[in-house]
Design a protein around this ligand. Structure first.
Ligand SMILES: Nc1ncnc2c1ncn2[C@@H]1O[C@H](COP(=O)(O)OP(=O)(O)OP(=O)(O)O)[C@@H](O)[C@H]1O
Ligand SMILES: [Mg+2]
Length: 248
């Protein structure tokens, strides 16, 4: 009887051990699968962003390096035309001025596609230039606070720049705000980008679920590929604040 009881308990123990091992196996497999799918999702977003930015870089350099010199050559040729009357002379001057404006516009478009200052000097200078451009083009007051030039790997710099660009676009387009504060700070192991507008605010949670605009989704996916965290605080009537906390 005594050994029978012992055998019974031993059998239960063995069954429990087998069930436990199987359960553990399934749990580990599920965790591995989950991690793999997160990694694949991140890789997919990274590939999409890379394709987009490479395409922008290509178009920007085609515009700058090929169309720019061609237009300058055309301008030179027009200026060398020998005119006979006053009317012809005016026509040449006008055409030359038009070509100047086209060259200027091309520069702006090319810079918008791939910001030169950002690539050459870094995030602080890149965002300062961006803020200046938007200040001139809108009635929004932009205060940018950053006490040091920040250099990161180029993908991160471009991602953070595009994030600021989208926040600026949205503030001008949707918020009705007259002030946008932007601050950028680098600690030993992270970048903190914070923005705040004083506009009408919106419901971030429901708007980011809508599939109409691309902007909010891009803020999320660019933060995600950098392994960072996005916190948005907004209530109708109380403006919008964002914090992007990015490890470096
Ligand atoms: N700063 C803001 N203040 C008020 N509403 C905002 C603000 N930012 C975004 N929104 C709201 O969130 C919506 C979604 O923004 P999102 O950037 O995704 O799209 P969009 O700006 O309309 O289009 P896209 O960015 O693709 O050009 C906007 O249509 C607007 O209603
Ligand atoms: Mg937008």
């Amino acid at each position: 009887m005594h050994t029978q009881e012992e055998e019974f308990y031993r059998a239960i123990l063995i069954v429990a051990a087998v069930v436990g091992t199987i359960l553990l196996y399934f749990i580990i497999t599920a965790i591995r699968y989950h991690r793999k799918s997160i990694r694949m999702h991140k890789d997919k977003i990274q590939a999409e962003i890379d394709t987009l930015e490479n395409e922008r870089r290509r178009i920007a350099s085609d515009l700058h390096d090929e169309l720019g010199p061609l237009l300058s050559a055309v301008k030179l040729q027009i200026n060398n035309i020998e005119t006979v009357g006053e009317q012809d002379q005016q026509l040449v001057v006008k055409s030359s001025q038009h070509i100047d404006s086209i060259i200027q516009k091309l520069r702006e478009i090319s810079n918008n596609l791939m910001p030169n200052t950002l690539l050459r000097k870094g995030l602080k200078s890149g965002i300062e230039e961006l803020a200046e451009t938007y200040k001139k083009a809108s009635r929004l007051e932009i205060k940018f606070n950053c006490d040091q030039e920040i250099r990161l790997d180029q993908n991160k710099e471009i991602n953070l720049y595009r994030i600021v660009q989208e926040v600026l676009h949205n503030t001008i387009k949707h918020s009705g705000a007259n002030l946008l504060l932007i601050s950028l700070r680098k600690d030993d192991n992270r970048i903190l980008l914070a923005t705040a507008d004083n506009g009408k605010g919106f419901d971030y949670f429901s708007k980011s679920k809508e599939l109409k605009g691309l902007g909010l989704r891009n803020l999320q996916s660019r933060t995600e590929v950098m392994g960072g965290e996005l916190i948005c605080n907004s209530q109708p009537g109380k403006g919008v604040t964002y914090i992007f906390d990015i490890p470096v």
